[in-house]
Design a binder for this molecule. Structure first.
Ligand code: ADP
Ligand code: MG
Length: 649
């Protein structure tokens, strides 16, 4: 006699029952030859299904030896076992175990998808098999639209899809009415006649009687083994005509299968998917918006600095911009400004003194920032007049009580800019006449909302503050002068006048840098907070994926039984997680744009600069979140034991 296709020696399978080990199969020896039709019978609980699961390479926890077609099964990896199941076995389960979301043809096709078969051919073959089994009219019916007998025939077609050299059927008629049961047995007989090796587990003697060999098992031991006739010596068709697609095509097909399953799974729980996504949407939207807002504000500030021009140098008391004693240094005086103005590098020099005062008009009163400046201030700083004019040198010389307001101040005190002209307001306790109104300067992040009033610096020093020193001097350089050289000259002149260096120079470049770094730090800080919400969103995704895996454990078991590799299962769940995150990321970017529109509609001063790099970064991070947080659930799905997964209800 030829070499048996299945050869088992001293097979033991024990289960842990509490503290004790329960031996379900006790040193079973069994040979099955190609073309045999074997019934395994025995009472319920005798170990039939356990034996079947070992034969089908679904179970891994046994000891002994098992050789299939000359291959030592013990030595195969998880994927090696998957290949064996895919290429050589066809499973028929008592409860059909069709994938509920797929129609008949798609169900039959799955083993060929995992085997990497050519798409058109496998479609055709699935349809042919179904037609042959009398389901030609039901090709696109879902399992729920088919009767039990029809579903079982779909599962027979699925078992034959890759050839089905050995068909393993565990109580295949158990859930069928007697007529469907008889039909199924006739079908199995027919397949046997064509050379398929068939092993049927049953507790029904009538079914067993239709088989050519009967193996009886009792309490995990084979107690009888009788063959009525010799085995049919035919060979089963080898996945007839199922041409392999090129490897890359097969890979794409398996990805496609995983992708479509992921989409179906998402579609089956739309609300849940959406709620999970919401975490990602909010996270991405807040990160993108915060960064855009930060960049927008920074840009606004930088632009208003550019209006001043790069050729302006500010001189302030104190040895650095952060010098705390600067307030007590009183050496910066108008005479310094005059000395600098006499130099050829200076185009104009503006002394400045600042203070905060109560400003009142009739019954309106508010705090205002009061700046004493020179006549050139508005020209040098590029400020635009809405109405009125600036004060001139005569005003400065005579300490005239004339004031310029910004729009915010004019509106607060008078309701509009025009009616401010010519009115007398009280600053501190000094009455001054409004001679002009200039446009507001936005400073971003909503810092531009205070009231600003400008007066001749002489007026502020003598009439208001009674001080002799200045808060700053700004020097506008003549066109051809080099800024560094001018800084050196200014330092030399002032050091000579003061005796020490008790002042700091700031040109617009250093201001720009300071503002840039401050807004960057601020943006980074808020982004970090927004990032936390992204991580929380990611954890939500992980949570829902774990639920999804445990909900679909049975499906995973079926897919593994019909030949899915661990990577195929992993791919399916990972795709789902990544899809949730990518779609959530896109929606988040959309939401951020909507937020920007809404914000600029409400606050015309606000400005958001969306940069492509932030959006791309948001997109990449949402995909990464999907991969990172989806990985664990996907891996735990892929590592499930097929028998355990199948046993799950
Ligand atoms: P049957 O012959 O009815 O198919 P099984 O092979 O399913 O019997 O089960 C044989 C014995 O093994 C039973 O007593 C059952 O309780 C036990 N058994 C089966 N699977 C498990 C398991 N996963 N854990 C513990 N015991 C099990
Ligand atoms: Mg059983």
């Amino acid at each position: 006699m030829s070499q048996p296709i299945i050869s088992i020696r001293k097979l033991r399978r024990e289960y842990q029952a509490g503290d004790e080990k329960l031996a379900v199969l006790k040193d079973v020896d069994l040979d099955v030859h190609a073309g045999e039709m074997v019934a395994i019978i025995g009472q319920s609980g005798s170990g039939k299904s356990t034996l079947m699961n070992v034969l089908g390479c679904l179970d891994d926890g046994w000891t002994g030896s098992y050789t299939f077609a000359g291959k030592d099964v013990r030595k195969l990896s998880a994927d090696g076992l998957a290949e064996l199941r895919r290429e050589h076995f066809g499973f028929i389960f008592q409860r059909y175990q069709l994938l509920t979301e797929l129609d008949a043809v798609e169900n039959v096709e799955v083993p060929a998808v995992y085997a990497g078969a050519d798409r058109k051919r496998r479609r055709q073959r699935a349809a042919d098999l179904l037609t042959r089994l009398g389901l030609g009219e039901r090709l696109s019916h879902k399992p729920s639209e088919l009767s039990g007998g029809q579903q079982q025939r779909v599962s027979v077609a699925r078992a034959l899809m890759n050839g089905g050299e050995v068909i393993l059927a565990d109580e295949p008629t158990g859930a069928l009415d007697s007529r469907s049961g008889t039909e199924l047995m006739a079908l199995l007989q027919e397949l046997h006649g064509e050379g398929h090796t068939i092993i049927i587990v049953t507790h029904d003697p009538e079914i067993a009687a239709q088989c050519q060999r009967v193996v009886e098992i009792k309490d995990g031991v084979i107690i009888s083994d009788t063959a009525k006739t010799a085995a049919v010596s035919g060979r089963a068709e080898q996945a007839a005509g199922l041409r392999r697609a090129p490897l890359w095509r097969g890979g794409i097909d398996r990805f496609g299968e995983a992708f479509s399953m992921a989409v179906r799974a998402m579609g089956a729980h739309r609300l849940r998917t959406f709620l999970t996504m919401l975490g990602i949407i909010i996270g991405i939207a807040s990160v993108v918006s915060v960064v855009a807002l930060g960049q927008g504000s920074q840009q606004q500030v930088l632009e208003s600095i550019s209006a001043i021009g790069t050729n302006t140098i500010n001189i302030m008391p104190g040895t650095s911009a952060a010098d705390r004693r600067a307030g007590n240094i009183r050496t910066l005086v108008p005479a310094d400004a005059e000395a600098l103005a006499a130099e050829s590098f200076a185009d104009s020099v503006t002394p400045q003194v600042s203070s905060s005062q109560r400003v009142g008009y009739r019954n309106v009163s508010a705090n205002a920032s009061v700046s004493g400046v020179g006549a050139d201030y508005f020209r040098v700083n590029g400020r635009t007049f809405i109405t009125g004019v600036t004060f001139n040198q005569t005003s400065v010389d005579t300490r005239s009580q004339e004031a310029i307001l910004d729009e915010t101040a004019a509106q607060t005190l008078f309701g509009d800019s025009r009616s401010a002209l010519g009115q007398v307001i009280i600053l501190g306790n000094v009455p001054v006449r409004v001679i002009g109104v200039i446009e507001d300067q936005t400073l971003g992040f909503g810092f531009g909302n205070q009231l600003n009033v400008w007066l001749p610096y002489t007026t502020v020093m003598s009439r208001m503050l009674g001080q002799r020193h200045l808060s700053a001097i700004s020097v506008r350089l003549a066109d051809t002068v080099d800024a560094t050289e001018a800084e050196n000259l200014i330092t030399a002149i002032l050091r000579q006048r003061h005796g020490v260096v008790d002042f700091t120079l700031q040109n617009t470049d250093t201001i720009r840098e300071t503002i840039q770094s401050t807004t960057q730090t601020l943006t980074l800080l808020i982004s970090a907070i927004a990032l936390i919400s992204l991580v929380v969103g990611g954890i939500g995704v992980m949570n829902i994926m774990l639920v999804s895996v445990s909900e679909r454990t049975k499906e995973i078991g079926v897919r593994m039984a019909i030949g899915a590799r661990q990577a195929d299962i992993m791919q399916q769940f990972l795709i789902e997680a990544v899809l949730v995150c990518i779609i959530g990321g896109l929606a988040g970017v959309g939401l951020s744009f909507a937020f920007g529109q809404g914000l600029t509609a409400l606050m015309p001063d606000a400005r958001l600069d969306y940069s492509l790099s932030t959006i791309v970064a948001a997109f990449i991070s949402s995909s990464l979140i999907g991969i990172v947080f989806g990985f664990m659930p996907a891996r735990s799905a892929a590592r499930l034991d097929p028998v355990d997964a199948l046993a799950r209800e």
